[in-house]
Design a protein. Structure first.
Length: 218
């Protein structure tokens, strides 16, 4: 079982704890606010009230034994920087830190965060990308310039097989999944003989510019 500690359990940290537990992980929740700990303790295996900016308090929690520690201290930029520094000094293997601004993120990276997250920025970007095309239902960036897009099947695709559409050759994108709404079914790496229906949702992997060309198909 993988183990994680989450420092700061306001909205973002709370949901990280919840989803990790749902995936079968051991989670330790840490916050200096008793009300927040009382809220999360029914969900996680262990929740403690502690001041994460106190290095001795962090050391007593044995965080270096966890697979990763997530730092989510809201807009407390100075606190998140200090906590990230302490975690690095304590030998934590993986430190995932939430950043508020670009400069904040750069500092977290410099002092030892292995991953820096920009939840508000990333959510806004995903929303803008999905709103940019009426066909796009969801958008997930993987690396710069490469994404996964979930989109409704264009009218011109209906009644045709994936082999006939030949999207990999024509658009340089790969169909990695098809969500069939009627009946409710998910097909991972569908075969070429799958016939597209109006209830199908295509999950596509490719370069952003290639996905954009595909989204313009009617």
């Amino acid at each position: 079982m993988r183990s994680f500690a989450v420092i700061g359990v306001s909205s973002f940290g709370y949901y990280v704890c919840r989803y990790l537990v749902e995936r079968g992980c051991y989670v330790l929740a840490i916050d200096n606010d008793e009300a927040k700990i009382n809220r999360i303790k029914e969900i996680v295996p262990k929740a403690v009230i502690a001041d994460a900016t106190d290095k001795e308090a962090l050391e007593k929690l044995g965080l270096s034994d966890f697979d990763a520690v997530i730092v989510s201290l809201g807009d407390r930029i100075d606190a998140s920087i200090l906590v990230t520094l302490y975690l690095r000094q304590l030998g934590v293997k993986e430190i995932i830190a939430k950043a508020i601004t670009e400069d904040h993120g750069k500092i977290l990276d410099l002092i030892g965060a292995t991953t820096v997250l920009f939840p508000e920025k990333d959510s806004a970007y995903r929303l803008a990308r999905s709103l940019d095309s009426a066909a796009v239902l969801d958008y997930i960036p993987l690396t710069p310039g490469i994404s996964i897009v979930e989109m409704a099947a264009p009218m011109s695709f209906l009644g045709k097989t994936l082999a006939e559409l030949d999207l990999r050759r024509r658009f340089n994108v790969q169909v990695v999944m098809i969500k069939q709404l009627i009946p409710d079914k998910v097909t991972v790496i569908p075969s070429g003989d799958h016939v597209i229906k109006d209830s199908d949702v295509l999950v596509l992997l490719g370069k952003d510019e290639d996905l954009k060309r595909l989204q313009e198909i009617k």
